[in-house]
Design a protein. Structure first.
Length: 159
């Protein structure tokens, strides 16, 4: 498999993840919490790196490492989300104000902290498949993307 094809497959997988997220939001009516939005941003960034890598078709180690690091960052956000969902009910943080209000009235640093740390609404499990919630599936997807990106960028290229 060529680097370009591998990067294109990575991009298409990210696009599929974002399409599923849009389906959950706009068809199923599941409103994303701050951590869900952060995970979507990370999927978008990983997908953009894969797209640029496929178009540029050079520097596989650079693009593979960048996509891998971003995917691991997304995995960390997903892991925090899964952790929040598995907290005992009395340890769940309080729900914060809506994101629209936060973006309008809070400084950027506080808004970013909220987006990356989550609130009580992030602990709610709205959907499961095979016993795993959406953030758990997203965590697995990020780990797969990180592995794919690093393998793609650092494998021995055929002469």
């Amino acid at each position: 498999m060529t680097f370009r094809l591998g990067a294109l497959l990575g991009f298409l997988f990210c696009a599929a993840l974002l399409a599923v997220a849009a389906w959950f939001q706009f068809v199923e009516g599941l409103q994303p919490c701050p951590l869900c939005i952060s995970q979507r941003v990370m999927v978008l960034l990983v997908g953009l790196v894969f797209l640029v890598a496929a178009l540029h078709n050079r520097a596989p180690r650079l693009y593979g490492t960048l996509a891998g690091v971003l995917a691991l960052g997304g995995a960390a956000i997903s892991a925090r989300h899964v952790w929040l969902q598995n907290l005992p009910e009395d340890e769940v943080p309080a729900c914060g104000p809506g994101l629209g209000y936060v973006f309008k009235h809070f400084p950027l640093t506080e808004t970013l902290r909220l987006l990356l740390s989550g609130t009580g609404e992030c602990s709610e499990v709205l959907w499961t498949f095979l016993g795993l919630s959406i953030p758990a599936w997203t965590l697995l997807a990020f780990l797969g993307l990180a592995g794919w990106a690093l393998w793609l960028g650092w494998r021995r290229q055929a002469c």
